[in-house]
Each structure stands twice: as C-alpha cells, then as structure tokens.
Design a protein around this ligand. Sequence first.
Ligand code: ATP
Ligand code: MG
Ligand code: MG
Length: 380
Amino acid sequence: LPTVGILGGGQLARMLALAAAPLGIRTLALDPAADACAGQVAELIAAGWNDEAALAALASRVDAITFDFENVPATTAERLADQVEVHPNPRALAVAQDRMAEKTLFRETGLNTPEFAAVDTQADLVAAVERIGLPAILKTRRLGYDGKGQFRLKVPADIDAAWSALGEAAAEHGLILEAFVPFDRELSVVAVRARDGEFRTWPLTRNWHVDGVLSLSLAPAPDTSDELEQAAVAQAKAIAERLDYVGVFALELFVRGGELLGNEMAPRVHNSGHWTIEGAHTSQFENHIRAVLGLPLGDTGVRGASAMLNWIGDMPEATPVLAVADGHWHDYGKDARPGRKVGHATICASDAGSLRAKLVEVGAALNREAQVAPAIEVLG
Ligand code: ATP
Ligand code: MG
Ligand code: MG
C-alpha cells in the first residue's frame, strides 16, 4: 500500500489518516508525544523532530512526507527531502513559519497586509509603535498558534507589559508588530495545488475567532461578491505558484471596506476547512493526501451550506448534534485542557435558511447560543 508519513500527530494528522484509509493509503505519523491523538487511528512513531534515526526510519517506509504541524525545524524537512518526496516543500514551510517572511511574500505577490515591522529589542518596539501607531498587536515571528505568543497594545503605556510578556521570545526568534485591523470580517481561502500545478479552491469560508482561537466557520461565506471571491482566489493562486506549493493550504484574510488584507497562511490542512469533510464533494484531507501522492484532485464543490463549531477546552454533549439532520460529530480523543481544541461539529443543510434553523436548535440544546449567534445573524 502507498504510505504517507506525517510530521505531527495531532487532530489534523488524525483526520488525514481517516481520509486516506478508504483510498487504501496507509499513514505513519511522527510526534514527540507518545499519546498524540493520531495514534488512535494511525501508526505513531514517538520521536522528536531531531531524532535522526527515527526520521530515517520514517523516510524509508513512506512514499511521501507531509505535515500536521508547520513548526517542524526547516532543517528536518530539508534533510528528509533529500531522501523522499516532501510536500509542501521545505522552502514553502520556511516562509510560512515566519510571520515576517510570510507578510513580505504577500506584498510581493500583490496582497496587501496590515502595516508591520520587525521587533528584536525594546527600542525597536518603541520605534515600531511610533511608526505604525496604536492599537497594534505584537506577535512572535515563529511558533505562535491559536492566538498564543501575542500581546495587544492599546496605549503607549502597554509597551512595558508587552515587552515583559514577549521580550524573551524576541531574543530567541524575533517579534513582529502589526497594526490592529478593525476588520469587517475574516475569511479564509482553503486551496489545494497538485504536483502538476493544478489548482483548486473550496468556496470562501467566513470565520469568527474568540480570544484568538477559531470558534465558528460558515461556508460558503454568505454575502460575498464574485469580485471579492475571485480576488481572494487569485491571491492564493499567486502565492501557491510562487512557492511551488503542493498540497492544501489556507490563506487567512481580513476584509476591511471591501479590501483584502493578508493575515497569515497555514501550510497544511486548516481548521477553517474542517467543514469540507461533510460539506464538500472532496474534503481538504482527502485532496491533501491525493496531492502529496501525485494523484488526481477531487471535486471541491459543495453540497449546500455548512457551519463548523469548534470545541475548545472540553467536549459538549454529542446527542443534540447527532439528533439534527446532517449534523456531524468529531471527537479528537484528546484530554480536556483549557484552550485546547478537542473536537468540532459540522452542521450541513441544503440552503442558508435551513442551516440557520438547525443552528438555532443546536445552540439552544447545547447552551451555546453565543457561539452560534454570529452565524445565525448573517444567515438571517
Ligand atoms: P492560528 O491558530 O490561526 O494559526 P495564530 O496564533 O497564528 O492563529 P493569528 O491568525 O495571527 O494567530 O491571530 C489570531 C486572530 O487574532 C486572527 O484570526 C484575528 O481574529 C486576530 N488578529 C490577529 N492579527 C490581527 C490584526 N493585525 N488585526 C486585527 N485582528 C487580528
Ligand atoms: Mg497561525
Ligand atoms: Mg490565524
């Protein structure tokens, strides 16, 4: 059987493994944590990113290697790429790992971004605040996810607190200060590029974050003009071509006054694409597996409208979602922990009105009215 190696064994690896299985494709995940949740559905090698012997063993057993976690050291990806196909390629991974390199690339391919400046010292921070203004967000250049490694500055007096929080990270990896964008909405393009350059996208997804963590996604994003959608897709395509990218990636965008601004890209399957498992003809997970193995891509068309609710910290009761028609439950099999993504639900419907009705029902039954409220409002 063809085998795909996955660096990282979290829920993304788990869902990749679940999508690969019906195609007769085996998956082998490598993760430093012996209890990584992909290990419940795929073979898991418990080893660190610099464990030469484990990496060599992985490379010798697989037809291609990909990522569930983008912060694998770029040198590890490069070493593996000497032995086996690695998709996305190590250079694409390196760009997406560094918020400075990423935003610089966005600007080069014609995608505007929030104003930004590199910050390595407290003096840099003072100068950056003077140039960019406030409010602003100070972020670690590397290793941040789910809003971690970020500090929001509102007034100049916040500079000291921001430096206390992130000064140590500055010494290690550098920081970036970004203008805070009072966006009208957040969208993502989930896209896939094949080894032969074929490029496809799923319809734009609208996303809502709470405390920097994705809470809710709606797809296709309602009230999106063809013009905006085409512009977003063209940006994603230009970025993918520039990086010679193979596989699925997500481009996170802010919309402000009709203009698109690039926030970041995820060089992997993405939380805002989880709805594609049930809501699209081919899921992001299946198309990623197809792309990295050089197989034809599947149809990215949708069956109707979908909403995805993230479960953060702990799992709610499954029954209300299972009881609703076309309601789908995903439990990642992870221990509950504050702020941790432990599962999600996707609710699908033939049209916006019926999706709205189902979300009202599920929100009330789970006592999660606030989480579904933004979707109910825009579907109304
Ligand atoms: P992810 O889990 O998506 O990788 P992350 O930790 O890399 O998250 P970002 O995507 O940079 O973090 O930020 C998380 C969220 O915080 C964004 O989706 C957005 O809601 C908000 N945010 C981040 N940067 C800005 C900004 N410059 N202006 C306004 N809001 C922002
Ligand atoms: Mg990120
Ligand atoms: Mg993000």
